[in-house]
Design a protein around this ligand. Sequence first.
Ligand code: ACO
Length: 333
Amino acid sequence: MDLLQQIKANAKKHQKRIVLPEGLEERTLKAADEVLNEELAQIILIGNRDKIFDLAKQFGLKSIEKATIVDPLKHEKKDHYIDMMVELRKSKGLTREEAAKLIENPLYLATLMIKNGDADGEVAGAMNATGDVLRPAFQYVKTLPGISVVSGAFIIILKDKEFGEDGMFVFADCAVHPNPTERELAEIAVATAKTTRAIAGFEPRVAMLSFSTKGSAKHEMCDKVINATRIAKEMDPSLKIDGELQADAAIIPSIGKSKAPGSEIAGKANVLVFPTLETGNIAYKLVQRLAHAEAIGPVLQGMAAPINDLSRGCSVSDIVNLIAITANQAAGK
Ligand code: ACO
């Protein structure tokens, strides 16, 4: 069984409730139909019931009738969610009128459903930008205890099995936090190790990447990575992690040995933590395109409940896969 088949089989076992706020979007509806048909998860679609069924008929979708449908304009918990929003954002001065307007936005409604225990996870982003999907999640679902920053990991599956974990790597942060501090970078490393165990299914060996290996260059950007490595070790003393390492020293055994002798990670890393979002986002896209690698994600990590953001260029199968991953995160919570 390959990794995606394992992820789907595990999702099927747990039958988590995944809310899809973009319930009127064609690829999302088709993905929901496939998930329900394959019984990978329970699906909650946000949108007008008549419009959803009209579209389902138009696209020839037979399983949508098994979804729970929540109309963002009128549903029984609307007032309760408005009360919750006002309470949760009272320090920010959110008024009832503002909350009443926001709750009609499906992206806000989905996060309030999760916060209230009415859904286990969310997948969105087929028609909304990353920031619009993440902002309500940051504001209402918030981060896990001990973690202040949400980040995004990609599971990279290479055709060449020589490097990493039989050709598999986890890269982060490739999706969310533009310029982490050293403490935030440490949190990203710890969160990525957890995602690696929970979703990729192997034991992480984490390389904290830089343009320097073990002091070969001196710069405040290298110091940030060195300090982040130390903080990550303090946060999780059992974590196998080393840095600062250049990419070649991290993944190529002979270079790891010569540039970082004695390191238990150099040359053997299967998790790559990038110093900034720029480097992580560029790196995963280059590997995906130039090495024809499969890039599964972004898997958002550090959030108190699983909420995942799609690329607007996603396919139906990308959405199905991300729903299965979200269900796995919810099951492992
Ligand atoms: N983790 C946790 N909370 C966060 C984070 C984070 N990474 N970033 C912001 N927040 C919180 C803030 O603390 C704030 O909370 P508060 O309202 O309770 O005080 C709230 O979110 C809003 O904060 P802002 O600083 O106003 O954040 P903003 O909404 O401007 O930006 C965003 C957040 C949209 C995620 C921004 O960091 C961003 O645009 N990141 C890049 C996303 C992106 O474009 N990625 C590349 C594409 S994805 C891909 O290619 C796969």
